[in-house]
Design a protein around this ligand. Structure first.
Ligand code: HEC
Ligand SMILES: [Cu+2]
Length: 375
């Protein structure tokens, strides 16, 4: 209905199963209150005129109660209030009763002045961001490192307090892919208003890419609207992230690197950005597609296909140096590389989430808070 960064709408998106259920109750209560209120005011205005002082009638008649009226105006509202109670209790029951299939996919969130740290069921970590698969129910368990915060997602009609010293939980079944607001809904100090983030709901295929660390977000956000790149490094814990560790450990960036502004050395090897599934021209005249198979051979046995215009100086990384699982991780990392992602030559260790800026661009999401979110 509304873009992510536009003025928050009065009526937020309905992006979870529960949101729909909740809204029915909300509109039912609003309708009853509106109709009831209108009836009371209509009666009030009617009586003002009907029983107004007039020359013919200066003293109103004395009325000494009416059991019929008393019963009507007690029982009818009571029935409505009881319907609020029964319906409300059922919706509440849905909200707090975590179904077993949701409990099997448990996310952890930790609130901290003033940021959200999120870890998904497979250990991938994000800051001020939670990524969910559409149609898959999940449980979210939370706690706090300092004061009481509240993990609130209006599009899911869900919020729950995270409390230092104990675990609290909620569950969602997101229904619509998209990006939604995440708020801290409990005033928690000076930086409270900056304790906001994004909820990314991805469809199945995109979600798998995301898990590998190779998914690049087309999510609409401030940076995208300003025409700036929205890319980020792979997620901590993902195959691509492990691949990045190996890329440094095996010193691939001794040859494949981004030329840094304060180091004139030109790269000794082709850039690996935007490489996956593109056509590669080889020195023997063939043109091949850079599939996973191609990448594996390029690492295991580089002389089998040498890029035209480059010397065959790349060492073969045999099984003693890189296991098959290592190659899968390296491949995931290469697949994830978009312009600006290839590290500098002298870059030693990869940057963890919420950490230092990347090689070629400033950190698009500077962590909030005076401590720079380093903890
Ligand atoms: C000594 C320098 C050097 C090192 C170290 C090195 N490479 Fe290479 N690499 C090259 C050169 C030069 C080429 C281009 C010639 C060729 O295709 O063999 C290349 C080609 C590649 C290609 C194919 C690129 C394309 O454009 O199709 C991939 C993929 C690759 N390297 C990955 C890696 C990985 C992963 C590592 C670390 C495990 C690594 N390289 C380490 C020099 C190096
Ligand atoms: Cu907070």
């Amino acid at each position: 209905m509304f873009g992510f960064m536009e003025t928050p709408p009065i009526y937020p998106d309905q992006a979870s199963k529960f949101a729909v259920e909740y809204d029915y109750l909300f509109w039912y209560m609003s309708a009853v209150v509106a109709v009831g209120g209108a009836a009371v005011y209509a009666l009030l205005i009617y009586c003002c005129f009907r029983f107004a002082k007039s020359p013919a009638n200066t003293r109103p008649q004395r009325i000494l109660g009416s059991n019929k009226l008393e019963i009507i105006w007690t029982v009818i509202p009571l029935l409505f209030f009881l319907s609020f109670f029964v319906w409300g209790a059922r919706v509440w029951d849905t909200a707090i009763g975590i179904p077993p299939e949701a409990a099997r996919r448990e996310y952890f969130v930790v609130g901290k002045q003033w940021m959200w740290k999120v870890q998904d069921p497979d250990g991938l970590r994000q800051i001020n961001e939670i990524t969910l698969e559409a149609g898959v129910p999940v449980k979210v368990t939370g706690t706090s490192e300092d004061v009481i915060h509240d993990f609130g997602i209006p599009a899911f009609r869900s919020k729950f307090d995270v409390v230092p010293g104990r675990y609290t939980a909620a569950w969602y079944e997101p229904t619509r892919p998209g990006t939604y607001h995440l708020f801290c809904d409990q005033y928690c100090g000076q930086g409270h208003s900056q304790m906001v983030g994004k909820v990314n709901v991805l469809s199945g295929a995109d979600y798998q890419e995301w898990k590998n660390g190779t998914y690049r977000t087309p999510f609409v956000n401030a940076a995208a609207m300003a025409g700036k790149a929205t890319t980020k490094g792979p997620l901590d814990g993902s195959p691509a992230w492990r691949g990045r560790l190996l890329f440094h450990k095996l010193q691939c960036n001794g040859c494949h690197f981004t030329q840094s502004p304060d180091d004139p050395t030109p790269p000794k090897a082709p850039s690996l950005e935007n490489l996956w599934m593109t056509k590669r021209e080889l020195s023997d005249g063939r043109t091949v597609t850079a599939s996973d198979e191609y990448l594996r051979t390029a690492i295991r046995n580089p002389t089998e296909h040498v890029r035209s215009g480059w010397k065959a100086i790349m060492p073969a990384f045999h099984t003693g140096l890189a296991t098959e699982l290592d190659i899968i991780d390296l491949t995931a990392y290469i697949r994830s590389l978009k312009p600006g992602d290839l590290p500098y030559r002298n870059e030693k260790s990869p940057t963890p989430i919420g950490g230092a800026p990347k090689a070629s661009q400033g950190n698009p999401n500077p962590p909030a808070g005076p401590d720079g979110g380093k903890k």
